[in-house]
Write a protein that binds this ligand. Structure first.
Ligand SMILES: [Zn+2]
Length: 262
């Protein structure tokens, strides 16, 4: 809990956590990769934490979940990484080209340059540095399957990448259009349904640039509320789909009803 609301007064933090049933020591963090079926392509957004982590023993269900959805690893055409933190790239291992044999991997060129640079450690917060060697192995294994893009570019027809840097230098969110509808995939630009909505200005240590992260968060929430976008959040309670309502000086998360397919 020390990692969130770092710029809030101790008393105010405690009161907020108590009021929202957040315990003093830890909070649950889900990871919800999203699969987009465009009709032509299958696009996976983020890959979760990966299996066999002693600090996340219930993670690593991506392959099983895809299987249950009737999607084989061969059928994934594109994997989009909103950014390169381990809870988003952990589902790719150094044999990524075998894992998803037909997939290209899209990420922002700023993000790729950041993590792939020989002096990456000097540009990252200390806590992110231990993950660099493994990530560089994964990136190297992908070779020309990597497709770095500029923010604002289309990932695929109807899917635009938005520059939502702050959480990381090259973080992107996605805006997916389908007919008259639009879905905003926030990635970690809006990381939780609690404090990020109520107090967008409260900072978290997981943002590489905490001030910019807070500004980006508010701007994205403003846009989602104003444009009445459907929103998919990565670390929200499953399935993490809902709307954003403006409320006071902050926002409120309004989950949509789950619709059973069959
Ligand atoms: Zn994350």
């Amino acid at each position: 809990m020390d990692s969130i609301a770092t710029n809030a007064e101790a008393g105010e933090r405690k009161a907020y956590f108590d009021a929202h049933y957040m315990t003093a020591d830890a909070f649950p963090l889900q990871a919800n990769p999203l699969l987009i079926e465009t009709g032509e392509k299958r696009i996976l957004v983020d890959t979760g934490m990966g299996p066999n982590l002693n600090w996340a023993p219930t993670a690593g269900r991506l392959a099983k979940s895809l299987d249950e959805a009737g999607v084989t690893p061969e059928a994934i055409d594109t994997i989009v990484l909103t950014h390169c933190h381990v809870d988003h790239v952990g589902g790719l291992n150094a044999a990524a080209t075998k894992q998803f044999p037909n997939a290209e991997v899209v990420l922002s060129e700023t993000e790729l340059d950041l993590w792939n640079s020989p002096d990456a450690a000097s540009k990252l917060p200390e806590w992110a540095v231990p993950g660099v060697p493994q990530l560089q192995k994964v990136l190297a294994s992908l070779g020309d399957r990597l497709r770095p893009i500029k923010s604002g570019a289309d990932v695929a027809t109807g899917i635009a990448a938005l520059d939502t840097s702050g959480h990381t230098q090259g973080h992107i969110s996605l805006l997916v259009g389908s007919g008259d509808e639009q879905l905003l995939i926030t990635g970690d630009a809006v990381p939780s349904i609690h404090i990020a909505f109520d107090r967008p200005e409260w900072e978290i240590i997981w943002d590489h640039d905490r001030e910019k992260g807070a500004k980006t968060r508010r701007a994205l929430l403003d846009r989602a509320a104003h444009d009445r976008l459907l929103v998919a959040g990565y670390h929200y309670p499953f399935p993490g789909i809902g709307h954003v309502v403006k409320e006071g000086n902050g926002f409120r998360w309004l989950p949509v009803h789950w619709v059973w397919d069959s």
